[in-house]
Design a protein around this ligand. Structure first.
Ligand code: NDP
Ligand code: 8X3
Length: 258
């Protein structure tokens, strides 16, 4: 258990699956209280119950679609008193839809990615950050991606959304300069989660191909990096971490054994 994280209030968006769920478990193990958000409420309720039972931490789950700013501001202003301060915000909710040339792209896919990965992240941050600034303490951790550093063919709008996350993280550090609020960006390569099933709308065969014959990261591997960022002493800000599977050299170069 970490002295830095025990009894801290940690807000995780996209906690119902993959990286967010793994991060929730990792923070609970360190003694943090968890505010869990996602659209699939039954999943976060179940996770919340498990974490309370296993780690004895306080939890609260909120059904939230980060694309809806009214929902975001409403949910945050209606939190019970124990959650009147958020120590760490993990902006993790995100998704990709499709993998096609821009000239063939689906507008609704673009809107969903931009509304979730960029606008949703902004809405949640806008709602939580003033409290951190007022208390002059806090940590925003954004889930970026290697796709926010390099492009891959047909990745156009998803990559653009993650470039935007990188820009927002960098801009935030400038805007918060002079405060004790830290901003980190954790930027993974391939992680086996529900990400590809969502991208290919339940086409399991195509989703599985993404990770075929290579060893991807697990959500838990990324959670360890997030915990590392969150457990540095207050004068240390891990600004950006790129974490890749050993089988991946760049966004376009993956070693497959067969
Ligand atoms: P998953 O699909 O497993 O998890 C995505 C999470 O985001 C779910 O909990 C989902 O919850 C939530 N989410 C999606 N849309 C919304 C919304 N509108 N409102 C609230 N929550 C939402 O994928 P990952 O765990 O892989 O993805 C997590 C983050 O990691 C994303 O930002 C992704 O871009 C990033 N990432 C993923 C990589 C990978 O290879 N998997 C690599 C690099 C970065 P629900 O559907 O219940 O709302
Ligand atoms: C997710 C990683 O390479 O599938 O951000 O876009 S990738």
């Amino acid at each position: 258990m970490s002295e830095h994280l025990k009894d801290k209030n940690v807000f995780i968006t996209g906690a119902s699956s993959g990286i967010g769920k793994a991060c929730a478990t990792a923070f609970a193990r360190e003694g943090s209280n968890l505010l869990l958000a996602a659209r699939r409420k039954e999943r976060i309720d179940m996770l919340a119950r498990d974490l309370e039972k296993t780690y004895g931490v306080m939890t609260h789950s909120i059904q939230l679609d980060v694309r809806n700013n009214d929902e975001v501001t409403g949910a945050i202003s209606a939190l019970p008193p124990a959650w009147d301060h958020i120590d760490i915000l993990l902006n993790n909710a995100g998704l990709s839809r499709g993998l096609t040339k821009l000239q063939d792209g689906e507008i609704r896919d673009w809107e969903e990615m931009i509304d979730t990965n960029v606008k949703g992240l902004l809405y949640v941050t806008r709602a939580v950050l003033p409290g951190m600034v007022k208390r002059n303490i806090g940590h925003v951790i954004n889930m970026g991606s290697i796709a926010g550093h390099e492009l891959y063919p047909n990745g156009n709008v998803y990559c653009a959304s993650k470039y935007a996350v990188a820009a927002i993280s960098q801009g935030l550090r400038m805007d918060l300069l002079g405060t004790n609020v830290r901003v980190s960006s954790v930027d993974p390569g391939l992680v086996e989660t529900e990400f590809s099933q969502v991208r290919f709308r339940g086409d399991d065969r195509r989703a599985a191909q993404t990770y075929a014959n290579m060893r991807p990261l697990k959500g838990e591997d990324v959670a360890e990096v997030v915990i590392f960022c969150a457990t540095r002493p207050p004068h240390v800000d891990i600004a950006q971490v790129i974490v890749m599977p050993t089988d991946q050299a760049s966004v376009n170069q993956v070693h497959r054994s067969a």
